[in-house]
Design a protein around this ligand. Structure first.
Ligand SMILES: [Zn+2]
Length: 208
């Protein structure tokens, strides 16, 4: 991986507060913590070699509500929206969600295994949950994400790469790429060019 110089690092996070990860707890210091019960242990705490980008909005295409917190904490009310009938029973999570305003919400410590990828494959290895970090951008396949989200995402990734040496800037990809034909997120509006340029790598990573 190419070195990210100190100057470049500053540039990446100039619009947002620096993101600091406590390696002992696996938590981001200034994130809102919303612990999910939907996680388990990795085979090894430091088996982390992939970052997976997703999008999510609940109800679909609506932003700012409690739906994501509720889904990831198994408290979604199936009568609140017709779509919830189909998903309220799911036991899923991601490590963090980046809301439209740039707020970071953390559900699972990074060194634990979050349940975000499902059936998936990266470079011949299956079950990407085992070795990946899941980052959800609040959004959809049908409209752009906010610049604040990209700025915060960059800051989070720089901090992840700093904290966990097994992660590489080259190994960042989308849910749609590790679960081809099954998933479509983060979708056509996700600007991989922004990440590629800031991290000086070509993304999304090829998965095959
Ligand atoms: Zn996804």
């Amino acid at each position: 991986m190419k070195e990210i110089t100190t100057n470049k690092k500053k540039d990446l996070i100039s619009n947002v507060d620096a993101v600091h990860i406590n390696k002992k707890t696996g938590l981001i210091d200034n994130a809102r913590q919303c612990p999910s019960p939907n996680f388990d242990e990795r085979c090894s705490d430091d088996d982390m070699s992939l970052i997976v980008i997703h999008n999510i909005s609940l109800p679909p295409n609506q932003y700012g509500g409690q739906g994501i917190d509720q889904l990831f904490t198994n408290t979604l009310d199936k009568d609140e929206h017709p779509y919830y009938q189909d998903i309220h029973h799911l036991r899923v999570s991601s490590h963090i969600v980046i809301r439209r305003n740039g707020e970071i919400v953390q559900y699972v410590p990074f060194h634990k295994r979050a349940w975000h990828a499902g059936v998936s494959q990266f470079l011949g290895r299956e079950v990407c949950n085992d070795f990946s970090i899941g980052i959800e951008m609040e959004g959809s396949d049908f409209e752009p994400f906010t610049q604040q989200q990209y700025d915060v995402l960059n800051a989070v990734i720089v901090s992840l790469l700093d904290t966990y040496s097994s992660l590489k800037a080259e190994a960042i990809t989308g849910h749609e790429h590790i679960a081809k034909g099954r998933k479509t997120d983060p979708g056509p509006f996700f600007e991989w060019g922004q990440l590629s340029e800031k991290l000086d790598v070509v993304l999304p990573a090829k998965c095959e």
